[in-house]
Design a protein around this ligand. Structure first.
Ligand code: IPE
Ligand code: IPE
Ligand code: MG
Length: 264
């Protein structure tokens, strides 16, 4: 096949289903910068960011993506001014209430990962209502990372595993990668295939540190409030063209034998 043919851009509808990411995670960054560029206060960027959340959830549901995980608030974001944090909590509460009907219509199941401390009670109540109401939905899982930190998640997992060893439920030598994965907030969820970051920053910012080990990264200079379904489709199209080797070799069969070699 010629180089031109392999690098040509295909519309998303032409991508075979097995080339689609099953789990997409997004570091939604650049709200403040977007607002400041428009001469608006930073919080207006967060408000506009909710439109991008809506568009992204809708497109993932339409494309039948198994899971979308959105980084909404990091464990380090508490360093921000109180009025910005208050506004973020208000937006979260409003999103949980106002999107509930749409979430149900889209057959989306909501999950939350992160520590609950610091989240006001009334916000937690609205989060729980949406989680419970949508629990039996069978479409896209929308996992919201709120007061989430990858290192905090590992600390919580190690504490829980250590308790198990102390109580004699678990032997130290029986701890495997699966044991660790099962004790993370994301227990039972697949690792992200594709991790998107907006606003051009080339870093992970403490997001899904364990789970991201073989995720494909895609960074756009667009700020989160500018992110739309076309941007998501661009990321998916790019992902579909990647060669994921997981430490092996291209064209290697699952048994470790090169599927293309003649065997000699
Ligand atoms: C991302 O946008 C939203 C959150 C972290 C809550 P920022 O608020 O980080 O925007 P910038 O990066 O300062 O522009
Ligand atoms: C990452 O963005 C956190 C979220 C998107 C919620 P930050 O703006 O907090 O990341 P840094 O500080 O630029 O690394
Ligand atoms: Mg930022």
């Amino acid at each position: 096949m010629s180089k031109t043919a392999t690098t040509a851009r295909h519309p998303i509808e032409d991508i075979p289903r097995e080339r689609f990411p099953k789990h997409i995670a997004v570091i939604m960054d650049g709200n403040g910068r977007w607002a400041q560029r428009q001469g608006l206060p930073r919080i207006e960027g967060h408000r506009r960011g909710v439109h991008s959340v809506r568009a992204t959830v809708e497109e993932c549901a339409r494309l039948k993506i198994d899971q979308l995980t959105l980084y909404c608030l990091s464990s380090e974001n508490w360093k921000r001014p109180q009025h910005e944090l208050d506004f973020l909590m208000h937006l979260l509460e409003q999103y949980m209430i106002e999107e509930r009907a749409t979430i149900m219509k889209q057959n989306v199941r909501v999950k939350i990962i992160g520590r609950r401390d610091g989240i006001p009670d009334q916000v937690q109540r609205e989060m729980d209502k949406t989680i419970e109401l949508s629990a039996a939905n069978t479409g896209t899982t929308l996992c919201l990372a709120i007061n989430y930190g990858g290192r905090a998640e590992m600390v919580d997992a190690v504490r829980c595993i250590a308790e198990g060893v102390k109580a004699g439920r678990l032997q130290a030598e029986d701890i495997t990668e699966e044991t660790i994965a099962e004790h993370l907030y994301t227990s039972g969820m697949p690792d992200p295939d594709l991790m998107i970051r907006t606003a051009g920053e080339m870093r992970i910012s403490n997001f899904l540190l364990w789970q991201v080990s073989y995720s494909e990264l895609w960074v756009t200079d667009l700020c989160w409030p500018e992110f739309r379904e076309e941007t998501l489709r661009d990321a998916i199209e790019n992902f579909a063209s990647r060669d994921r080797r997981f430490g092996g070799l291209t064209n290697q069969g699952p048994s470790g034998v090169d599927a293309c070699s003649s065997g000699d």
